[in-house]
Design a protein around this ligand. Structure first.
Ligand code: ATP
Ligand code: MG
Length: 453
């Protein structure tokens, strides 16, 4: 056999049972090892990879059910078959409840062994395949949730990957709707903290005391309305990541409290005199220029340096227009799916309009426009008429621009000629001299402008 054979561990204190299984299963091409006690089995399982565990329920040391539970810590998809003495079906049922794949009653039947083993291994293979696929999907979401192939976005992704594994604070800056929160989530998902919570809070939306109690918690009676103790988000996010969104909109009082939390790594609930240690990675985001806020004394400079160990700027959409087609396609798919529609196509003329628009609301605005366009276009194609007037920048206007300029120039020229003629009381050669043009040119212009003095 070329391929590596599946490895099976058989646990039974009766050696002849071990030998029996080894003989039957080796003939089927499996590689079979034996162990006589739960302890020995666990040692083997820790040291090597097995595809299947077969264990007697009554073995020295831990019983078979306990072995089954502990074996999963080394390989949580490991299938297990239990062996029971004839007449002790109850314990077999218990083992199945604990996650055994199947059971065999002694004395065992050779054909039955082969069948049950084959099924168990097939299940193991499928479970592992599903798990691998699931991980792949998770990974894809991690990376492809954020659409963008433009140079600025590729640079951004590289930076995100680089900082994700560290503990540093990160300040994410960028205009509204550029995807700051998405970047924060990506950092969390790529970090070792990914299994712990990611909590985002809009610091600009709450008054100071409420914000403090949200983040740090409060004790009962600390202010009107505090009827019970409340755990703060910092505690909820323990081991994970917190995103302090709109950090630029916070008050000086809050800023100094936050600074203390970051320096001490501990929080004090409002109204309490006890502090609690917390392990939270702090990310913050703002659409303000925070450095400028510091210069204008609206933001503490010491807090700024704590928060912005690594500053990241998400570029506005107009600086990465090459991402617009891809993003549009992505949102078309999203909203067609959400509305149970066949996936529509964006017409090139529509795309042209989208590329010409400056997108002050960035990706969020594009997403809204596409959602609306998906719903408004009746057929399989999304034409420019599905966009609002605002989102259909006048191409004509752009095409006309040189003509507009030319027209403006003619108006001025005409005025100047009239002025010159008035000053010279209609003497054309004199007027031509004043204007710095030849007489012939003046004649031509008079004709063109239908000026007959
Ligand atoms: N590169 C991207 N790929 C896919 N979707 C994106 C991308 N950037 C932003 N979005 C989507 O656009 C919307 C706005 O993104 P997000 O909330 O992260 O922006 P923001 O910068 O935090 O905005 P605000 O400053 O208004 O809070 C979200 O629905 C998000 O999923
Ligand atoms: Mg946001």
């Amino acid at each position: 056999m070329d391929k590596l054979s599946d490895k099976i561990l058989i646990v039974d204190d009766e050696l002849h049972i071990q030998t029996l299984f080894q003989r039957i299963l080796a003939k089927e091409g499996y590689s079979v090892d034996g162990a006589s006690s739960a302890e020995e089995a666990l040692k083997r399982l820790e040291a090597e990879w097995f595809d299947l565990l077969i264990t007697d329920l009554r073995i020295p040391g831990l019983d078979g059910i306990e072995l089954l539970k502990q074996a999963k810590q080394f390989n949580h998809t490991l299938p297990c078959i239990v062996l029971t003495a004839y007449g002790s079906i109850d314990s077999a049922v218990r083992a199945m409840k604990e996650g055994a794949f199947d059971y065999l009653t002694k004395p065992v039947n050779n054909e039955e062994i082969k069948l049950v083993v084959r099924n168990a291994l097939e299940l193991h293979r499928l479970t592992r395949e599903v798990e691998i696929l699931r991980n792949q999907i998770k990974d894809e979401n991690k990376n492809f949730n954020i659409i963008g192939r433009s140079k600025p976005m590729r640079d951004l992704f590289r930076l995100v990957k680089l900082v994700a594994n560290t503990q540093t604070t990160i300040l994410i800056q960028g205009e509204s709707g550029t995807g700051k929160e998405l970047i924060a989530r990506a950092i969390h998902n790529l970090s070792p903290r990914r299994e712990r919570p990611f909590i985002a809070i809009d610091c600009g939306a709450l008054p100071e005391t409420l914000l403090e109690s949200e983040l740090f918690g409060h004790v009962r009676g600390s202010f009107t309305g505090a009827v019970a103790n409340k755990k703060g988000l910092f505690e909820e996010a323990d081991g994970g990541t917190i995103l302090l969104d709109e950090i630029g909109d916070t008050t000086a009082g809050f800023q100094s409290k936050l600074l203390r939390v970051l320096q001490e790594n501990e929080i004090r609930p409002v109204g309490s005199n006890k502090t609690t240690k917390v392990d939270v990675r702090v990310l913050s985001a703002t659409n303000k220029d925070l450095k400028q806020e510091v210069e204008q004394k609206n933001f503490r400079h010491d807090l700024y340096y704590r928060l912005a160990v690594v500053p990241i700027t998400v570029p506005p959409l107009r600086r990465r227009s090459e991402d617009i087609p891809l993003l549009s396609q992505h949102f078309v798919q999203k909203y067609c799916k959400q509305n149970g529609l066949e996936c529509k196509q964006i017409k090139a003329t529509t795309l042209r309009k989208l590329l010409d628009y400056p997108w002050p609301g960035n990706v969020r605005e594009l997403e809204n426009v596409i959602e609306r366009a998906v719903l408004l276009s009746p057929g399989p194609e999304i034409g420019p008429e599905a966009l609002s007037q605002e989102h259909q920048p006048e191409e004509k206007f752009q095409e006309l621009l040189p003509e507009v300029a030319k027209g403006a120039l003619e108006v001025i020229e005409k005025e100047k000629i009239q002025e010159a003629l008035q000053r010279t009381r209609g003497k054309r050669s004199h007027a031509a001299r004043l204007l710095g043009i030849s007489r012939a040119t003046l004649y031509n212009k008079l004709k063109r402008y239908q000026l007959s003095h």
